[in-house]
Design a protein around this ligand. Sequence first.
Ligand SMILES: [Zn+2]
Ligand SMILES: [Zn+2]
Length: 246
Amino acid sequence: MQFTTSIFNLLLNSLSPSRCLLCKMLLDGDLSLANSNNDHTIICIHCQLSFPEIETSCSRCNTPLNTHSELCGICLKQERYWQQCTPAFSYSSSIADLILLLKHQNNNKLTEYFAQTIIEAIDEYQIESCDFLIPVPMHPKRFAKRGFNQSLQLTKALSLITGIPYINIFKKNEETPQQASLSKKQRETALKNNFHLKQRFLSILNNKRLVLIDDVVTTGATTSELARTLKIAKAKRVDVWCIART
Ligand SMILES: [Zn+2]
Ligand SMILES: [Zn+2]
């Protein structure tokens, strides 16, 4: 019930663009934003400041760590096919609410906001050296139901800001079981060969530096399988940029 109310409030709030999407405060009345040049502000400065900083995390995949080791257990074993995963935010209930809103409606301003925050989290070198952005695919059935893929929308926004071209290169073959209910081994088997590349793009991947774009990276199993497929197609390097990492 609480969950439904939360979604309802977020959708209601989004109908009024002059209010903060999270706390409903009138953005015009927020003095701290009076001098801001950002016409696309949709989250008030108070809510933005309340987003938790990214704490100690794995230097490669940015999984939050409880210890001060440099790499998490999975990265220590080199089991990922992408090189580095960079999130814009640490996962929190506020960020989760916003991502849920992103998934429920094709909100351009929210998409642009997240794209901008991802850019702020990325090293300039990573942006300059990237050849193509690639969205994580959505199953056609889910796409037909929802009408859009939030990862593709995010990729388009990132492409506009950075000037890096994007290619919507993956075809997803079958419905993937909910990953949370599967063991690690079952997840790997379920994902194996689940993604195929559109043939017409194959020749342009050779020796390219690619970045996969996703909203939330949880286990990293899906992005790792996508990266494996891109590596088979001779990509030089694959990284991941996302809104949040859990
Ligand atoms: Zn707010
Ligand atoms: Zn790691």
